[in-house]
Design a protein around this ligand. Sequence first.
Ligand SMILES: Nc1ncnc2c1ncn2[C@@H]1O[C@H](COP(=O)(O)OP(=O)(O)OP(=O)(O)O)[C@@H](O)[C@H]1O
Ligand SMILES: [Mg+2]
Length: 353
Amino acid sequence: MTEHKTEDLASQNSPRPLVDVRDLKVEFTLRKGLLSRVPLRAVDGISFQIGDGETVGLVGESGSGKSTTGRAILRLIEPTSGSVSLDGHSVTDMSRSELRKARRQMQMVFQDPYSSLDPSMTVGDTLAEPLKIHDGISRRAAQGRVIELLEQVGLARHHVDRYPYEFSGGQRQRIAIARAIAVNPKLIICDEAVSALDVSTQNQVITLLERLREEYKLSYLFISHDLGVVRHISHRVVVLYLGRIVEEGPVERVYSQAAHPYTEALLSAVPIPDPELQRSRSRILLHGDMPDPSSPPPGCVFHTRCPYAMEICRQVVPESTPVDGGGSVACHLQSSGTQPLQGASLAHLTATL
Ligand SMILES: Nc1ncnc2c1ncn2[C@@H]1O[C@H](COP(=O)(O)OP(=O)(O)OP(=O)(O)O)[C@@H](O)[C@H]1O
Ligand SMILES: [Mg+2]
């Protein structure tokens, strides 16, 4: 996979990030039995930024709150509290009609384009639809732009009259991407956008996303449970566990010197292509399931599965502290100055990822 990441991003010097998420919380209400209802905090006070032209990877196990975060940023789910701003405008304070207009700036690409594309619409109509909604352009007038979009995502102009079922999974994802870029958004949230594709198609779609990022000056929130894919596409990575950010930082630092035991465990589960190294490395296995998010453990939410848990971890929520090499971590091992975690196993792993 080719790397197209540019190091001197505008975001690093920019006084204002494109996306600014502050203390975002999303609570659902679960029915338990006939009468009782319990709150489930799927996202529990997270803050992070995405710079102009930056790709931020959002990782974590199933149920950690990745999709809820993505949807709450776009207000497809209403946040319970906290704020989200896009280019300095508060998305969380927008009225419904302001939000409708702002939606052109922020688009989403989902895992399964088959369910997100209307099977009864041709590709041409699918791509013309956002142009009609946002710019009032008729189907006929949009034809030129539709062909241009198709070509930009590597499809041919004769595909314009075909239906979703006539395409492969990778091609359908290209159509979904074309629909997302049609209205020149600033942010695209990709929720497991390549997860259903085989490895070589994944690589092609990632190369396409990289190219479009540069051409359209896009920023991505790239949600994925696949840390190998996230490493290739992201500049920075945010690690979620039970709705909280346990670690974030530049990809190079996080993958070579994970500061949180959870990140270390996630990384050690990524297979190494070299069988010799795969056999020799020590792995940090996560025991048990993630706790029930409707009754999270006290203290550090990870302590029930952490191989390094100390007494303080069972009682006190760890503060986020800066990490050498960039980013931050919320872990008592780090804030108490106890033994850093990165070991030879991780060095092996990251050398080959
Ligand atoms: N509409 C909903 N109503 C109630 N609970 C929900 C709802 N949507 C998500 N949840 C719960 O919120 C938590 C976070 O879910 P979310 O889908 O954001 O996780 P995820 O990290 O995207 O997982 P996955 O990798 O499986 O996609 C889970 O416990 C989930 O069961
Ligand atoms: Mg999800």
